[in-house]
Each structure stands twice: as structure tokens, then as C-alpha cells.
Design a protein around this ligand. Structure first.
Ligand code: HMG
Length: 443
């Protein structure tokens, strides 16, 4: 039985900041960001957008762009590391928004019997959601599942992560009719608990707060979307985990030959566009029996014509969208796939039966490696995307507006034209609903 992705959609928010503008204000050489890391623009959410609106937009498009009946969907799993609540899944907000929007066509509460859940493991949470959805369909081939991945990557101002920010979401229909790609049931895994990037609760003393309510504890826990991280160490953890997952994949599938050359494309979790090509030298070398254990040997591989050619063919198309949007955390690896297939579609490539290798990573840390095969109907799925056109229609904001958005200092949205799902209000008046989020769809 074949199981995989039947349909797929994405959503990128309308606002973006040019990386060159950020570089200028931060006094960073733009060539480092452009030529060193591959950064051009970063997608940014407006004051009335959040993880749930991003996920809802991608989910609604799945129903409008492909003929899907909500009753077909037994599970909806959301991978995210920017959840809105520590108890109520962010998926419930997104599903409720879409359910309301679909009510005229399919009746009230069309997801009443759908099992909805969030999954969190930093950037690999979306792949974990996919992995679980595939398992579910493998044992229930008559049922379908939806995978959502939605995030906004926000780092501290002036930090080394600032230029790798981004935002966006994807939605995938998982079924036993995988019109886009079939995914095999061999997953290599590498896992180790480390502190390369994490979002802990932080503490401040109550007496440091002005007018702290009396019933607050002496130590107040604060949650921030901005991670604690060590950039170079996170690169190292990524590299180690994907190697562990890769060799685990090869031993699970009993592969003793060069498998990477059999893959038409290689799709990475891309925290920034050039990450995949910067960290793949060791695997490339070992697959091709090239020595690569010293720093000089790694450098020689990275600079070799064979490696550059390999990157240009198998990895470069995945970088294009990443350069335009930045890190989407859980959705990044899927955006790399969208970018690759959209490029192949525009170049009229014939990919039926070709294989793609995936390298997923989530800080904290875990990697998964698996492979997929392009279905004969892949173009019928991709033809709905128009990814690069959509990216070209966004609205640029200036540095000052970016800073205000980052500091949450704006009372009104930047976008004067409201379209799609927006956050209307967060409850503060009714005690028993304090913090509840209310959304509205704007036509
Ligand atoms: P950095 O210090 O900004 O950059 O850190 P760098 O020094 O590592 O690399 C700069 C590159 O630009 C080098 O290229 C330079 O040579 C080049 P290389 O030779 O090494 O390939 N360069 C130039 N090129 C042309 N012209 C010039 C020039 N100057 C320099 N003038 C880093 C980059 C990504 C570490 C930083 O931005 C960061 O800490 N980001 C946040 C964390 C991160 O993204 N980590 C990535 C791996 S972990 C991960 O992917 C998980 C994550 O997504 C979270 C999750 O799982 O939830 C983050």
C-alpha cells in the first residue's frame, strides 16, 4: 500500500523586511547575509496575526484549492513551537476558524468527530506530525489525516538570530492516494537531549514588578517567544544528529551503496537558505569515499567542484523560497519541498518516480531522515501553488515599523486592508475567559 501526501498548501504572511535594510541598520556587511547565509527577505506577522491564523489560512486553502470533504478527515495534527497556550492546542483555534468558514458549504461543526492535536519538538514537530499521520493512514487506509505546521521565528533584537527570523504555515493532506509523493516507512532517527536552542520559562521577583496583583507568587514565571540559543553549537548539533539519523536510515533500509546520488533532490530543514549546503560535506564525503575528518579536509570538500555541482542540482532549488521568507521553524522543511517542486514545475521537469531524500532537524535535539517518491500526478498538485508569484506580491515594511512590530508597540495592524483570518481581541474583561482569543474572517 502506498501512503503519502495527496495535496498540499502554504501560507506566508503579507509583510516582509528586506534583509539589506536590517543589515544597514545593524552595521552588518550585507554580503555576509546574502552571499554567506543566502538571506534576502524575512516574513513578518502583523499585530493581528499569530500561529493560529497562519495555520488556519493554510488549512482553509487545502479545502478551497483541492476538492476535499471535511468528513474525510479523521485527524488534524499541528506541528508548532510557537503555541498560543500551554493547555489548549493551537490546532483547536485554527480548526475552529476554518470550521466556521466552511459551515455554509458543509454545515455546522464539520470537524466534530475529528481528532485534533498539537505536536512539539522545536523545528521537527511538523515532521513528527507527518510521521504520525502516515502511521495512522497505514493502519487506516480508508481514512485521511491533515498535517499542519505553523510558526513565527522571533529572536531577540540585535542577536545573531535576528536575521534568520520568518513566519508561515503549510497544510498537507495525508492519504493512501499520494498524488504528490509517496513516503516510505523507513525513518532514520538521531536523538540527544541538548541545550542548543530552547524556550524556557524565565523568572522575575514579584517585588521588581510595579503594581503586581497580590495573589501573584513571589517568583513570577514569564514565557518569551525569543529562544535562548547558541548558534554555532546548534549548527554542530544539527550536523551530528543528521549524521546519526542518516546512518540509522541506511541500516534500517539495509542500504550499503551511495544513496544520496540516487536522490533527485535533497530537502533539509532550512533555518536559513544556505544551511543545508554548509553542513552536508561529511555525509557527501563518506558516501563518495573522500577523506573528511580534519577541518582542512572538510574545507576541501566544500570547495570542490564535485560538491558544488551536487549542491547546484540537488539542493539549490530548495533554497529559493527560504531566501525570501526566513526560518519558518516547523514549516521550513516543507517550504524547501514546495520551493524545489515549484521550480521543477516551472522548468517543466519530468519527475515521476524520482526519489527525494529528507533531512529534518529540531533543536533540543532530534533528526529524522527518510525518502519519498514523486507520484505520476505530482504536477496536478503543484499547479495550484504559484509560490514565487505569491512571494512577489507581498508588502515591504521599513526598519522602524519592523522594530515596533517586534516590540509589540503598535496598537493597530500595519496592513490597512484586512483579508483572511485575523485576531480580533484577547479577552481581559471576563475573569473566567481571561486570555481567550477571538478571531474573525475578513473577505
Ligand atoms: P553567523 O555568526 O551570523 O554566521 O551565524 P557564520 O559566521 O556562521 O557564517 C557566515 C557565513 O558568511 C560564512 O560562510 C562566512 O564565510 C560568510 P561559510 O564560509 O562558513 O560558509 N561571510 C561572507 N560571505 C561573503 N561576503 C562576506 C562575508 N562575510 C562572512 N562579506 C547562525 C549564523 C545561523 C549560527 C546565526 O544566525 C544563528 O545563531 N541563528 C539562529 C540559530 C540557527 O539558526 N541555528 C541553525 C542550526 S539549529 C536549527 O536549525 C534549529 C532551529 O531552526 C530551531 C528549532 O529547531 O526550533 C534554529
Amino acid at each position: 500500500m502506498k501512503v503519502g501526501i495527496e495535496a498540499a498548501t502554504f501560507f506566508i504572511p503579507d509583510l516582509f523586511l528586506e534583509i539589506s535594510e536590517l543589515a544597514e541598520h545593524r552595521g552588518i556587511d550585507n554580503n555576509k547575509l546574502l552571499l554567506g547565509l543566502g538571506l534576502q527577505k524575512m516574513a513578518i506577522i502583523d499585530t493581528n496575526e499569530d500561529t493560529a491564523t497562519l495555520a488556519a489560512e493554510a488549512l482553509l486553502r487545502l479545502f478551497t484549492d483541492y476538492e476535499i470533504h471535511p468528513k474525510e478527515i479523521a485527524r488534524i495534527y499541528l506541528g508548532t513551537e510557537s503555541a498560543l497556550d500551554a493547555a489548549k492546542p493551537t490546532a483547536t483555534f485554527a480548526v475552529q476558524m476554518v470550521e466556521t468558514q466552511l459551515a455554509t458549504q458543509f454545515g455546522e461543526r464539520c470537524f466534530k468527530n475529528c481528532d485534533v492535536l498539537d505536536m512539539t519538538f522545536a523545528c521537527i514537530g511538523g515532521i513528527d506530525a507527518l510521521h504520525n499521520a502516515l502511521d495512522f493512514v497505514r493502519i487506516n487506509p480508508n481514512k485521511k489525516a491533515i498535517v499542519l505546521a505553523a510558526d513565527y521565528a522571533k529572536y531577540e533584537l540585535n542577536s545573531g538570530g535576528e536575521y534568520t527570523q520568518g513566519a508561515g504555515a503549510i497544510a498537507l493532506l495525508i492519504s493512501a492516494t499520494p498524488n504528490l509523493i509517496e513516503i516510505e516507512n523507513y525513518f532514520g532517527v538521531g536523538m540527544s537531549s541538548v541545550y542548543d536552542f530552547f524556550k524556557p520559562r524565565r523568572h522575575i521577583d514579584k517585588d521588581k514588578l510595579i503594581n503586581a496583583p497580590e495573589n501573584y507568587p513571589e517568583q513570577i514565571e514569564i514565557f518569551s517567544d525569543e529562544p535562548i540559543f547558541d548558534g554555532q553549537y546548534s549548527n554542530e548539533c544539527y550536523k551530528q544528529r543528521i549524521q546519526e539519523a542518516f546512518y540509522n536510515f541506511k541500516s534500517e533500509k539495509l542500504i550499503h551503496t551511495n544513496v544520496i546520488s540516487s536522490w533527485e533532490y535533497i530537502i533539509f530543514h532550512l533555518p536559513y537558505a544556505f544551511h543545508g549546503k554548509r553542513i552536508f560535506a561529511e555525509i557527501f564525503a563518506s558516501e563518495n569515499n573522500i577523506p573528511c575528518s580534519t577541518k582542512d579536509e572538510v574545507k576541501a570538500v566544500l570547495l570542490s567542484d564535485d560538491y558544488k555541482q551536487f549542491i547546484n542540482i540537488k539542493i539549490e532549488p530548495s533554497q529559493r523560497a527560504s531566501s525570501e521568507v526566513g526560518n519558518l521553524y516547523t514549516a521550513s522543511i516543507f517550504m524547501a519541498l514546495f520551493s524545489t517542486l515549484q521550480t521543477a514545475f516551472l522548468e517543466n521537469k519530468e519527475l515521476t518516480g524520482k526519489k527525494i531524500g529528507f533531512f529534518a532537524y529540531g533543536s533540543g535535539s532530534k533528526a529524522k531522515v527518510f525518502e519519498a517518491t514523486l507520484h505520476t500526478n505530482w504536477k496536478s498538485v503543484v499547479k495550484n501553488w504559484n509560490l514565487f508569484e505569491a512571494l512577489n506580491q507581498r508588502t515591504a515594511i521599513n526598519f522602524q515599523t519592523y522594530i515596533q512590530l517586534h516590540k509589540k508597540a503598535l496598537k493597530k495592524p500595519v496592513n490597512t486592508i484586512q483579508k483572511g483570518f485575523k485576531l480580533e481581541k484577547i479577552e481581559t474583561d471576563i475573569q473566567e475567559l481571561n486570555g481567550a482569543r477571538y478571531y474573525k474572517y475578513h473577505v
